[in-house]
Design a protein. Structure first.
Length: 168
């Protein structure tokens, strides 16, 4: 029990924590080439065909400057315009840039990212042939943000996030 507690304590380290999860349709990516599953909306966010950084309104205000709860104009602009702010997440000495999905109910210090997207072949010219037309180019690969300890995937200390200039 002490060993498990020490490992759990070692994964904490900054103000931010990243949580990886499988979306209902795509799962871990094994079925990412099925366009019907890509079209299946996430039950919470209703987003299809992509992964994103799911963050709380409080973290969105800190990272992007958008105050969707306290400023009606920010909320309206965020909801109406399909282009979303982009943040760069760094963890495990790897980075990924993802659009932001602001959802109430997410812990203020948590960034949630779906795995199973961003599939590509080792030979990028043959990705459509080897991975499939539906999976190629859909989302970003979040697996490099995890580490493997020989038994299971683990979270890590020192997650950082910063706003990028462009919107997606």
């Amino acid at each position: 029990m002490a060993d498990a507690a020490s490992k759990a304590g070692a994964t904490k380290g900054g103000n931010l924590e990243i949580v990886m999860y499988e979306k209902v349709g795509v799962g871990n990516g094994a079925q990412a080439n099925n366009p019907w599953l890509q079209e299946l909306p996430d039950p919470v966010s209703k987003v299809t065909w992509d992964n994103y950084a799911m963050i709380s309104p409080a973290l969105a205000k800190t990272l992007t400057g958008l105050d969707v709860l306290g400023h009606q104009r920010d909320a309206d602009n965020y909801e109406v315009h399909p282009e979303k702010p982009v943040i760069k997440i760094t963890a495990n000495n790897k980075t990924i840039e993802l659009p932001v999905m602001i959802l109430p109910g997410v812990h203020p210090n948590t960034i949630a990212v779906a795995i199973g997207y961003g599939r590509q072949s080792a030979n990028a010219d043959k990705s459509i042939e080897r991975i499939g037309r539906s999976a190629t180019g859909a989302g970003k690969n979040a697996y490099p943000l995890l580490s493997f300890n020989g038994v299971t995937f683990t979270r890590f200390a020192g997650v950082t996030a910063e706003k990028q200039q462009q919107n997606i």
